[in-house]
Design a binder for this molecule. Structure first.
Ligand code: HEC
Ligand code: HEC
Length: 471
């Protein structure tokens, strides 16, 4: 055979007929079979597999032909080049078809993108309706309008569908429950205890101030003040953020100084300008003096034995309750929390939110809360508060703050860490300027605000209602 290594000194053999007839026949038969398969395959609609299958068959044929010639003239470097090229082509084809099938398919088959779009819509509609939805019903679910003629007209707002898909990619979906850490798994008893503690003013020195004083659950978890009045009316220098969705944040506080909800809950009770209790022991003593709490703690921490009332367990119970504060609201696209279609202005606003670059920082299910960014990233923002620097003492963290979550943001003003910005419009305008160096027109600002308003969830009155406190 021609691929036997050539030994030095031996004369180079010439064998023009090295390929046995049987091999030639086999190759020709294989090529004919492949041709038949190609013709048959072209009649079967394999959907998105059409193109890769056709290319794979063509490639196998090409390789066979190349191999055949190689056998004839293996000693020629030309043939090694063909071998390498054909293997390379095969890999390239597979990669390209993997990447490009959709585009290619829709370019040769105009119905394809329509079918793909319809499939996408059915998935979205089924998600929204919570059950399988097919055919014309899809449009009714997706494009529910106040005007009933709209739904039945079969009008499809392609832009809205595209934006919905984009929103899904950037924001994902709200989880139904927030993940709890292994050392503080949730239970209904723990959550109920946490809710009682959240509402209990007796956790403060004056007996008057509870978590709910500054994070009013019926006011979307905030208090509407620039800075909050705490013990004896004293105020800190930062705005109260909402506790709704806080469970989705990577860390807590504007500067992220608490790594978890558990760690966070221990802060305000002892903070002299908030609840002002003198020590952890003082809090525990006070709770032990309230007979009803003994029972609640026991049920919430059955493994804790005779002494379940501890400062750690108090923080764990409050954190478990806070993990339930995730009012559901569908994707922030065509459907607001009330299930109505977004207005044209809100869709414009969502488009601007993407195109202006807000999603560089505000992303994830809470549209923020997962990273720290410099306030005044592009154009310096005047503030005395050095933010994250106070925690890490790194120069590079100066003026870095946790990117705010934007769910319910229309209801949680005033804005920014110092509560200095009164309206949502102003906050949007300042963000575009200081974070992205973009000057938005008043109309663009209004539209983005309109989009942000669509992120307002309906608060369940049962969640926000104060429980009967233990005596
Ligand atoms: C006097 C008002 C006040 C009280 C009372 C209060 N907080 Fe806060 N809370 C704030 C302020 C102000 C901040 C922001 C402070 C900072 O970032 O430095 C905050 C931050 C938080 C955060 C972080 C949210 C985020 O997005 O980072 C959570 C969670 C929270 N508080 C829960 C609680 C709980 C639980 C209690 C009761 C144990 C409580 N708060 C009591 C004012 C208050
Ligand atoms: C480079 C990152 C970045 C970009 C881009 C960005 N933001 Fe922000 N955003 C932040 C940070 C950080 C905060 C917290 C500011 C503070 O600490 O006062 C914030 C806060 C906000 C707030 C106030 C929330 C509150 O509860 O006080 C709003 C509203 C807001 N952003 C909207 C937007 C909009 C709209 C855009 C696009 C025009 C945008 N942001 C672009 C990082 C960013």
């Amino acid at each position: 055979m021609s691929d036997t290594p050539h030994k030095p000194g031996e004369p180079i053999e010439h064998h023009p007929h090295v390929v046995p007839v049987s091999v030639m026949v086999a190759v020709i038969v294989a090529l004919m079979i492949l041709t038949v398969v190609t013709v048959l395959a072209s009649k079967v609609d394999m959907g998105s597999m059409n193109v890769p299958v056709a290319l794979a068959i063509a490639t196998v044929k090409g390789t066979l032909v190349c191999a055949f010639f190689m056998h004839l003239r293996w000693d020629k470097p030309f043939n090694s080049i063909i071998l390498v090229t054909s293997i390379g082509m095969l890999v390239l084809f597979l990669v390209m078809t993997g990447l490009d099938t959709m585009e290619y398919q829709s370019s040769i088959d105009p119905g394809y993108s329509e079918r793909a779009m319809q499939a996408e819509r059915e998935v979205l509609a089924s998600k929204i309706a919570g059950k399988p939805v097919k055919g014309d019903d899809v449009l009714d679910v997706l494009y529910k309008h106040d005007d009933p003629s709209h739904a039945s007209s079969g009008h499809v707002d392609e832009r809205a569908v595209g934006l919905q898909a984009k929103a899904k990619a950037f924001f994902g979906q709200l989880p139904k429950v927030a993940a709890a850490p292994a050392n503080n798994l949730s239970s209904p008893e723990k959550e109920a205890l946490g809710k009682a503690l959240f509402f209990d003013g007796r956790l403060s020195k004056s007996g008057q101030i509870s978590c709910n004083s500054c994070h009013l659950l019926d006011k979307w978890g905030a208090d509407g003040e620039a800075t909050s009045p705490g013990h004896e009316g004293k105020r800190g220098n930062r705005n109260s953020p909402t506790v709704y969705y806080a469970a989705l944040h990577e860390s807590q506080f504007w500067d992220g100084r608490a790594p978890s909800l558990e760690a966070q809950a221990k802060g305000p009770i002892l903070n002299p300008v908030e609840m002002a209790m003198p020590s952890e022991q003082a809090v525990v003593d006070r709770l032990k003096g309230i007979a009803g709490y003994g029972d609640l703690f026991k049920k919430a921490f059955p493994a804790a034995g005779d002494d379940p009332i501890t400062y750690d367990n108090l923080a764990k119970a409050i954190a478990s309750f806070e993990r339930t504060l995730l009012p559901t609201s569908p994707l922030p696209a065509m459907n607001s929390s009330k299930g109505e279609a977004l207005s044209a202005a809100q869709l414009d606003g969502m488009e601007l939110f993407f195109s202006t670059g807000c999603t560089q920082c505000h992303l994830g299910a809470a549209l923020g809360g997962t990273t720290f960014k410099k306030l005044g990233d592009r154009v310096a923002y005047p503030t005395q508060d050095k933010g994250r620097f106070e925690v890490t003492k790194k120069e590079s963290d100066t003026f870095f703050f946790k990117v705010s979550s934007l769910r319910n943001v229309a209801k949680t003003g005033p804005y920014f860490h110092d509560g200095s910005v009164k309206t949502l419009d102003e906050a949007v305008k300042l963000m575009a300027k200081h974070q992205l160096d973009k000057d938005l027109s008043a109309e663009q600002v209004k539209k983005i605000s309109a989009f942000l308003e669509s992120l307002t969830a309906t608060i369940d009155p049962a969640v926000a209602k104060a429980p009967t406190l233990p005596q």
